[in-house]
Design a protein around this ligand. Structure first.
Ligand SMILES: [Zn+2]
Length: 108
């Protein structure tokens, strides 16, 4: 299944996206460090990050402000929600310096 939105080209360059990501991190809108990704269950005190996968056509990407982000991070007890396209998420991970580390939470 293609991940691109039909017909809409992304005109912003990668360099511009990276600059924007850094600005968003400076202003605290994007966290530099997410809380640890972990499964939470009843009785666990501190919720970790929930990662939701799936296109959200009504929402805007936090980074590029285009519609239809495919990833949402929810943390801080749902006080903070960051929505990203997969490409924007990848750039954000690179800017945070964690790109090489893949989350293992979805591994069998
Ligand atoms: Zn985006």
């Amino acid at each position: 299944m293609p991940s691109r939105l039909g017909g809409s080209e992304i005109l912003i360059t990668e360099a511009e996206l990276r600059a924007k990501i850094r600005a968003l991190m400076d202003s605290g809108i994007l966290p530099r460090d997410l809380p640890p990704m972990k499964r939470t269950g009843p009785g666990e005190g501190i919720p970790g990050v929930q990662m939701l996968i799936g296109e959200q056509p009504e929402q805007l990407c936090t980074v590029c402000e285009e519609r239809g982000p495919q990833i949402a991070y929810i943390y801080g007890g749902e006080l903070f929600i960051v929505r990203l396209h997969t490409d924007c998420d990848e750039l954000w991970q690179q800017e945070r310096g964690v790109r090489a580390r893949r989350s293992t939470s979805d591994q069998p």
